[in-house]
Design a binder for this molecule. Structure first.
Ligand code: PGA
Length: 251
């Protein structure tokens, strides 16, 4: 059985006080849910505070980004150990916004993923095509390239611990969700790529999340698909009711 996950990516939203309000609301609604795993990824500044608020809850927390070095002169960056000791179990890597706005490459994502795994964090590795890439028929080529680069030389045991998020760039923050069929097609393709490289047993164990305008109203249709194991949610993770509706679509 694959682990199901509903993860909220708060992006650059919520001060510490605002984050605490959101998390108290979420605790009331889904604080005891263990399947799916409910994960929130607040900004770095709120991690410690949110982790404290979550002590009596099943909700877990993750980082949105990470640097691969242990420590040092990397102004503005955060190390794996800092995330771990702030209470994180997961870290999002290679989100399309990091790739597009901060020039993160597959190679960089690969180095970070290996560092996260060796530190004991679960990497959530994001891949996804742009609208132009989809319209020119290049979706599979793009996904294969991103996955190949981002997961390069990961061992079998590391692959089993890694989570993949398929997030078509054209669906992120646009209100335009991929249909369950469009998403399932790519999720199935990703699982086939994993099976080619690691064998079908390991491929069957890897959690593959969908992300891109997931809401309470479209989540159940996506989750009904065989290869969609949960969601990485942006906008709808910023309100407790909206996020809980997505979690409840899977419970
Ligand atoms: P969205 O963002 O749900 O606002 O489309 C998803 C994401 O960027 O992870």
């Amino acid at each position: 059985m694959r682990q199901k996950i509903v993860a909220g990516n708060w992006k650059m939203n919520k001060t510490v006080v605002e984050g605490r309000v959101l998390i108290e609301g979420l605790k009331d609604l889904v604080g005891k849910v263990t399947d799916p795993v409910v994960l929130v990824c607040p900004p770095f500044t709120a991690l410690t505070e949110i982790a404290m608020s979550l002590k009596d809850s099943e909700i877990r927390i993750g980082g949105q980004h990470m640097h691969e070095a242990d420590s040092g002169a990397f102004t503005g960056e955060i190390a794996a150990e800092m995330l771990l000791t702030s209470g994180c179990s997961h870290v999002i890597l290679g989100h399309s916004e990091r790739r597009a706005l901060f020039s993160e490459t597959d190679e960089a994502v690969n180095i970070k993923a290996k560092k996260a795994l060796s530190a004991g964090l679960v990497p959530i590795v994001c891949v996804g095509e742009t609208l132009e890439e989809r319209e020119t028929g290049n979706t599979e080529k793009v996904i294969e390239g991103q996955l190949g680069g981002s997961l390069d030389s990961l061992s079998e045991s590391d692959m089993k611990k890694t989570v993949i998020a398929y997030e078509p760039v054209w669906a992120i923050g646009t209100g335009k969700t991929a249909t369950p069929e469009q998403a399932e097609e790519v999720h199935g393709f990703i699982r086939k790529l994993l099976a080619d490289k690691y064998g079908s047993k390991i491929a069957e164990e890897v959690t593959i999340l969908y992300g891109g305008s997931v809401k309470g109203s479209n989540a159940a249709g996506l989750f009904a698909k065989e290869n969609i194991d949960g969601a990485l949610v942006g906008g709808a993770s910023l309100k407790a009711d909206d996020f809980a509706a997505i979690v409840n679509a899977m419970v």
